[in-house]
Design a protein around this ligand. Structure first.
Ligand code: THU
Length: 132
């Protein structure tokens, strides 16, 4: 599928405008595309209890799941206007919903999640788990 990365970065900038980040002052927006061509967006949401802050990629995954589910094909993330790379926790979360072939914009270069997160924790079925 053809991915318009400039468009994704612009959408990430628009999403960042919705950020709630009074504690860090770092407004993050994420924009994604599903494998069936739907657009996704998310922004970071902070809390006075700093540790429960949600990254922009978290709310993008909520957008995915609330609007039909599916798989993430590509994602771009912008922080205070510049392209940024997803944090480690978000890489694992994106792995759940995009898998190893999900493409992430890294300084203008589409990069697979398997490159960004080698030896990711596996998705279901977990080894020795029942999946409850
Ligand atoms: N943040 C994200 O939204 N995504 C990332 O991948 C890294 C960090 C947010 C969390 C916090 O609100 C702010 O950036 C500063 O860490």
């Amino acid at each position: 599928m053809r991915i318009d990365w400039d468009d994704l970065r612009n959408r990430a900038r628009l999403a960042a405008a919705r950020s709630y980040s009074p504690y860090s002052g770092f407004a993050v927006g994420a924009a994604g595309l599903t494998t069936d061509g739907r657009h996704l967006a998310g922004c970071n949401i902070e809390s006075a209890s700093y540790g429960i802050t949600m990254c922009a990629e978290n709310s993008l995954v909520a957008d995915l799941h609330m609007n039909g589910g599916g798989r993430i094909a590509a994602i771009a993330v912008v922080g205070n206007g510049e392209s940024i790379t997803p944090c480690g926790r978000c890489r694992q979360l994106l792995w759940e919903f995009g898998g190893e072939d999900c493409l992430v914009d890294i300084d203008g270069t589409p990069t697979t999640l398997s490159t960004l997160l080698p030896h990711a924790f596996p998705t279901l079925p977990l080894p020795h788990g029942s999946g409850r």
